[in-house]
Design a protein around this ligand. Structure first.
Ligand code: GRF
Length: 197
């Protein structure tokens, strides 16, 4: 059975594009919707160009009422009947209620080698700490921020003269490889019948 994947974004959506482009041919999943929490998210247009339906659930009118925002998120998503959610640069913290509902069915990519550097500004923090390597992690989402079972990581060297921007660009290239690979592996693990035909 082909799995339906909802991808949640807030920004440029470069990871989303890589996920969408990976879900072709014998891939056991297909994108069903790309949802952003702002109509300004540049990734929306990139999703539309690739024939993926898009939705916006703007968090701002909810004025900090996370439960109400997530209720709107949930009902918008359910119209597309997703089996899985991929967070791809989605910059809203999700509450335990929403996360529990999707437990075991929601993945995230984080730009650090978790458990190091949960939260924001990971590249600057890695540089400040004098790390010699850095990277990214794909993990299942649990209520704790940037926590949950790790599905895979990719490492990059920190080079002399790196700035947060140069390091971020090097990590992003790895994100683009890692996330599609981990999604495919996750879906195949979840639906072994797909693997054996
Ligand atoms: C990525 O680095 C992701 O790991 C982080 O935000 C960035 C999103 O980039 N959480 P994009 O929107 O996928 O281009």
């Amino acid at each position: 059975m082909t799995r339906r994947v909802a991808i949640l974004i807030s920004g440029s959506g470069s990871n989303m594009v890589k996920l969408v482009e990976s879900m072709t041919g014998d891939h056991p999943a297909r994108p069903c919707v790309v949802l952003a929490n702002s109509a300004d998210a540049k990734g929306l247009e990139r999703a539309r160009e690739r024939g993926v339906p898009t939705e916006v659930v703007d968090h701002r009118p909810f004025k900090g009422d996370r439960a109400a925002f997530e209720a709107a998120l949930q009902s918008t998503l359910m119209a597309y009947q997703p089996d899985l959610i991929c967070l791809a640069g989605f910059m809203r913290v999700l509450t335990e209620g929403f996360v529990s509902r999707w437990r075991g069915r929601m993945l995230n990519i984080h730009p650090s080698l978790l458990p190091k550097y949960r939260g924001l500004h990971t590249h600057a923090r890695a540089l400040d700490a004098g790390e010699t390597e850095h990277g990214c992690t794909v993990h299942e989402v649990t209520p704790e921020l940037d926590d949950g079972p790790i599905l895979g990581q990719a490492r990059v060297p920190v080079l002399t003269g790196d700035t947060p921007e140069t390091l971020a660009a090097r990590v992003l290239e790895e994100e683009h490889r890692l996330y599609p690979a981990m999604l495919r592996q996750f879906v195949l693990r979840d639906t072994p019948s797909v693997q054996t035909g």
